[in-house]
Design a protein around this ligand. Structure first.
Ligand code: CP
Length: 305
């Protein structure tokens, strides 16, 4: 039995095995030849925070593989967590009903707590500003598909680097591949937490921190934009100060490489101008679709290895 709680626990071999299976899942979906390898299994999708892509793609992935789904989409108010039940008790109950448990929670560290008491595989679908490993795996899959490699890339991350759990899971995965360079572009209030920059420094990874989007565009093979996460701010005033500082505009596109790609975990609000969507380099809708194939591979992986 395998849990997927943190991307930092994934070895290169495990990642490559999930990415290879994701490709096979994509081909099978497109040919209509998906095998019901999770027939008679039940997947529980319990979300304490809102989601469109993660919950619905895990549910679609489960159904495509022949599993059945039980879910709580507003678990904060519609499950017994509302009455004060602990994550440990909720998870113990879920593990007596379901074969795989997918949980999103607003508090960092809750998924680790859930995994410690579960006798069924638990997948972290996002815990606070901490991690979002299934997003990071689908991001890797997208990069490999669009660039044909995961090494020798310059990746510029723009926006809210403090709260982006996606980025916190993706950067450690990309550092497993040689000669990647990171640009972290944000206002100082939204900089990447020090634990991440310290770890990159310790491991001799090439990175630069910058304050203007324009500075990172020219060299980037990937521009990874993130949303300023209103829900993580303690007061509205602090959010208002930074919410519009980083907007990717149509005029920026001329400065980017012809074969660069623009990624975003979505949802996007106003950090990418609408006109950018029609540029072929905008890969975020393709990226979201890839989530389905990668989550199919993840469900298989946690159950069967
Ligand atoms: N990228 C992502 O986690 O999207 P949702 O919040 O819609 O699941």
């Amino acid at each position: 039995m395998q849990h997927i709680i943190s991307s930092k626990e994934l070895s290169k071999d495990k990642i490559e095995s999930i990415l290879n299976r994701s490709k096979e899942m994509e081909e099978a979906c497109k040919k209509g030849t998906v095998e019901p390898i999770l027939k008679d299994k039940i997947v529980a999708c319990i979300f304490f925070e809102p989601s469109t892509r993660t919950r619905l793609s895990f549910e679609t992935a489960s159904l495509k593989l022949g599993a059945q789904v039980i879910s709580a989409e507003n678990a904060e108010t519609n499950s017994s967590a509302y009455k004060g039940e602990t994550i440990e008790d909720t998870t113990k109950i879920l593990s007596s009903y379901a074969d795989i448990i997918v949980i999103r929670h607003h508090t960092a560290g809750m998924l680790l707590r859930a995994s410690k008491v579960s006798n069924k595989p638990v997948i972290n679908a996002g815990d606070g500003a901490n991690e979002h490993p299934s997003q990071a795996l689908l991001d890797l899959y997208t990069i490999q598909k669009e660039h044909g490699r995961l090494d020798n890339l310059t990746i510029a991350f723009g926006g809210d680097l403090t709260h982006s759990r996606t980025l916190h899971s993706l950067v450690p995965l990309l550092t497993l591949y040689p000669n990647n360079t990171f640009y972290f572009i944000s206002p100082k209030e939204l900089a990447l937490p020090k634990e991440y920059t310290d770890s990159l420094q310790k491991n001799g990874v090439n990175f630069k921190e910058m304050n203007t989007l324009k500075d990172g565009l020219k060299d980037a093979d990937i521009l990874y934009m993130t949303r300023v996460q209103k829900e993580r701010f303690e007061n509205a005033e602090d959010y208002e100060k930074v919410k519009d500082l980083f907007i990717l505009k149509k005029e920026h596109l001329a400065e980017m490489k012809k074969n660069a790609i623009i990624m975003h975990p979505l949802p996007k609000i106003n950090e990418i101008e609408l006109e950018v969507d029609s540029d072929p380099r905008a890969s975020y809708f393709r990226q979201a679709e890839n989530g389905l194939y990668v989550r199919m591979a993840m469900l298989e992986y946690v159950l069967k290895g």
